[in-house]
Design a protein around this ligand. Structure first.
Ligand code: HEM
Length: 462
């Protein structure tokens, strides 16, 4: 998912308290007398919150009250979430005054919307501006580029498992595996200098506080790399002709994302602040999402030992298992949007200026789209889940995330076949709302000694 604000997208409690929502005729007023508040506390992220059961039958759109007291539409239907995610009247512009904030900003410190506008990244923009900014990074996330990362991802997974197996059980799988894996992968993707990699990955694995602390470092690196490049006129920063005439970022993408961002900052496609904000956004978007999906997905797989074992024998089954984990975990719970023009959907009239919350996790449990939606079934066939969003903002890192998850689960199944949670999942602490759905730790154990050999390039999702 997207920016820091997006990371703050969170689940809303609605269903339990929610009376019938979708009236037959379009309604343009609150259809409920006592709209439930949002956000809610997260319960067990593996099982989702109990209000889910009560939400079925209340229609695909309901009203919720935000922490600010404002109202917003909460969209829970699979069909409706997909439709609104591709509707140009539904904006992701976080600087819109009615953008539904799921974190309450106290009166004394109103949001600085001008400053926010200057550091907005494409996850909070609308087409065509969003597409123009997104396209700068698209070459780094193409199929071939990501496939070329497989050996690095595999080696990283094996190194983490070597360390874990040497330490012996029990270990915290979040701290030892789920958090460091995406941290190290992002370090590579961004192109952090060799000497700084350990420091950078360690900070990143600490989560939001560690990521915040990386801003000054990235600021300096982007400036240094931009300064080393010629400007549009082919001059170096001292005004002298640069030894290599400038060709722009060019058709061939730079080796890594920081070089690409620095090149765009040098030529003025992006301001330095935008380049920095984009790098920071990628850390938020790419780290905790993957960590949470690994951390919550592992015990889901372990709860089905037969299937988990089958993954060892039949790597072909892995892509479907990864998709079911993504659907079930739906770590990026809710996406904030605002209507810029009236929209009529499912018998409801959304007025211009009203906030809209696309509840991905709910849509991924919509029984109309997924039979027995609460059942974790790695053999499930059916429509594409919405864990990566849909439409304009479909997750740019989805191929990379799928690669990481597939390699990680295959290695766990192969190298630690007796892996099991050391405590029941409902006893592991959920990450506090608001935020991405996840767990803060996962004590695991296994029958030592396990000396499983490294996973030498396991097959996994392509
Ligand atoms: C399991 C892991 C992941 C999940 C569940 C996930 C989920 C999402 C979701 C739901 C969105 C849509 C946000 C919106 O519409 O407002 C999104 C967007 C995005 N994600 Fe991911 N993501 C994951 C991993 C990654 C990774 C590894 C990266 C990159 C390193 C990444 C980069 C992005 C970017 C750049 C966007 C913004 C796309 C746009 O606005 O055009 N994500 N992600």
């Amino acid at each position: 998912m997207g920016t820091e604000a997006s990371a703050a997208h969170t689940a809303c409690t609605t269903a339990a308290a929610c009376p019938a929502a979708a009236a037959r005729a379009p309604v343009d007023h609150d259809p409920v007398d006592d709209p439930p508040s949002c956000p809610a506390r997260h319960g067990n992220p593996g099982e989702l919150r109990p209000e889910w059961a009560a939400s079925t039958g209340h229609g695909p759109l309901t009203r919720v009250t935000l922490p600010s007291g404002d109202r917003a539409w909460l969209v829970t239907g699979y069909r409706e979430v997909r439709a609104l995610a591709t509707d140009s009247r539904i904006s992701a512009d976080a600087t819109h005054p009615n953008y539904p904030e799921l974190v309450h900003v106290p009166e004394e410190s109103p949001p600085d919307r001008r400053s926010a506008a200057q550091t907005r990244t494409f996850v909070q923009m609308d087409p065509p501006e969003q597409g123009a900014h997104r396209s700068l990074l698209v070459p780094h996330f193409g199929g071939r580029r990501i496939a070329a990362l497989r050996p690095m991802v595999t080696a990283t997974v094996d190194a983490l498992l070597d360390r874990m197996l040497t330490a012996g059980p029990p270990v915290d799988l979040v701290a030892e595996f789920a958090a460091p894996l995406p941290a190290r992968v992002l370090t590579e993707l961004l192109g952090i200098a060799d000497a700084d990699r350990a420091f950078f990955a360690e900070r990143l694995a600490r989560g939001p506080s560690g990521i915040g602390a990386l801003a000054p470092y990235l600021d300096r690196v982007l400036r240094d790399r931009a300064d080393a490049l010629p400007d549009r006129a082919g001059h170096d920063p001292g005004g002298r002709p640069h030894p290599q005439p400038h060709t722009g970022p060019g058709d061939e993408p730079a080796e890594n994302i920081l070089d690409t961002l620095a090149a765009h900052a040098r030529t003025g496609t992006l301001t330095h602040r935008q380049a920095l904000a984009t790098a920071m956004m990628l850390l938020v978007a790419g780290h905790e999402t993957t960590e949470n999906t690994l951390a919550v997905g592992t015990p889901l797989l372990l709860a089905h030992p037969g299937r988990f074992a089958a993954l060892r024998r039949d790597p072909e089954a892995m892509p479907a298992a990864v998709e079911e984990v993504l659907r079930h975990v739906s770590t990026a719970d809710v996406l904030s949007r605002v209507a810029t023009a009236p929209v009529e959907i499912a018998g409801v009239r959304i007025r211009a200026g009203e906030g809209v919350l696309l509840w991905l996790a709910a849509a991924n449990r919509d029984g109309a789209a997924f039979p027995l939606p609460d059942t974790f079934d790695i053999l499930r066939a059916g429509p594409r889940h919405l864990a990566f969003g849909h439409g304009f903002h479909l997750c740019l890192g989805n191929t990379l995330a799928r690669l990481e998850l597939g390699v990680a689960f295959a290695a766990l199944a192969t190298r630690v076949p007796t892996l099991r949670p050391a405590v029941p999942l409902d006893r592991v602490p959920a990450k506090p709302a608001p935020g991405l759905r996840g767990i803060t730790e996962l004590p695991v154990t296994w029958d030592a000694p396990t000396t499983g050999a490294p996973t030498a390039a396991p097959a996994g999702p392509q």
